[in-house]
Design a protein around this ligand. Sequence first.
Ligand SMILES: Cc1ncc(COP(=O)(O)O)c(C=O)c1O
Length: 406
Amino acid sequence: MMSHPSRQGLPETAGGRLPLVEFVEKPGVIDLAWGHPDPDLLAVDELANLAGTTLRRFGPEALTYGAPAGPGPLIEAVVDRLGRTDSRPPRPDEICITGGVSAALEQCAKLLAEPGQVILVEAPTYHFALQILASHPLEICPLPFDSGGLVVETLPDTLARIRASGRKVGFLYTIPNFHNPTGLTLTTERRRALLELAEAEDLLLVEDDVYRELSFDGPAPPSLWSLAPPGRVVRLGSFAKSLAPGLRVGYLTADRPLTRKFSGQPWLHSGGAPSHLPSLLVATCMVEGMYQANVRRLQAAYRQRRAALLESLQAEMPQGTTWTRPAGGYFTWVTLPAGDTRKLLAAVQKAGSGYIPGITFLPRECSEARGPLAEQAPRSFRLAWSRYSPENLRESVRRMGEVLRG
Ligand SMILES: Cc1ncc(COP(=O)(O)O)c(C=O)c1O
C-alpha cells in the first residue's frame, strides 16, 4: 500500500519492521481473501478535518474518560440514523457504544452465556466470530444454512436435543443481512419464524448487523432487534464498514436491562467507554452529514465492484460453478462443481490471486445437522470485492479462473 502523503517524511515504524496494519499487501498479488476496505475509499482528508472540528467542539471532554454507555452525542446520532435505516429507532437507553462488533461479541460471550453453555451458530459463519466464541468456555453448535439464510425449521429439534442432554443454550449468533461469508440475507418469512420460535423457546438472539449500511439494491431489511419484543435480541452494529475500521467504534441495541448489564461492567467504569474520541468523531461525521454522504459513496463504489466481480466469475469460472448474488456487504460465496478448495489455494496464490476456503467458516464441532451450504463448503470459497478496484477484481478472477479451469 502507498503511504498517504501525510505520512511522507515520517520515519517508518522501527525501520519498517513493526507492522502498522493487519493486512500487508504482497507486491503483484490481488488477494480477494481479505474483507478489508480499499484504502482509496477511506475518507482520510475529510476525517482529518472533522477530527479538528471534534476537538474544537468538545474540547477537554473529548480527551477525558467517556461515559460508560458511550458519549451522548453519538448515542443521539445513532437513534436518528436507525430511525431512518431500520424499522424502529432505539431509545437512547437501549444503546451502548462499543469498540466495534468484534469487541461487542467478546462481551456477549462473557455476559450472556455461562461457562459450559451452548452457542448456536450458522454453518457457515464469520470465521473470526467462531474464534472469539471458541476462546470462551462455551460449546459451539452449528445450524444448517441455505440460500434463504438460517434454516429455522430444524431449530426446535436441535434445541430439544441439546436440552435433553442436560445442556443449556446461551444464545444464537446470526448474521441476517449480507452474511459473511455467503452474502446471503435471511428471508422475511424466516425472520418472522425465527422470532416466534425464539419467543416460544426463550432463546436469546445475538444479531450481527455489521453490513446494514452496505445495502446496494434498496434499504436493508428490518433488523431482528427492531421486530422483536424487548429482551429477545441484542443487535451489534459497527462503523467499521460504513466509515473506517480503524476508528474501532460500533454500537449495540438491546432492551434496558441488557444495556445496563453491558454498560455496568467494572472495566467501563474504570476506563470509560472504548474509543471515546473516535466515537465523538463519528458523531461529528453524522451531524455534519459527511457520514451519510460517505455511505452513499461506498454503496455506489461497492455496487460497481460487485458487478465487476460477478461478471468476471461468469467469464472465468469452470463450467458448473455457482456463486451467490448478494444484495449488499463485501462477499460472494463460490462453489465449484468438484475439487477441494483448500488444496487448490496454493496454485491460485502462486498465480497472484487468493480466496478463503469454505471450510474455514465451519465450526469444528459439526455433529448436528449441517445443511446445504456446509456440505458444499469443501468445494467452496469466499471472495471479497471490498479491497480492490473493478479492474483489479477482474484481473484477480482471470488469474484464479486460469488455475481452476485446469
Ligand atoms: C460478520 C462480521 N462481523 C463482524 C466483523 C468485524 O466487525 P468490527 O470491525 O466492527 O469489529 C466483520 C468484519 O469482517 C464481519 O464480517
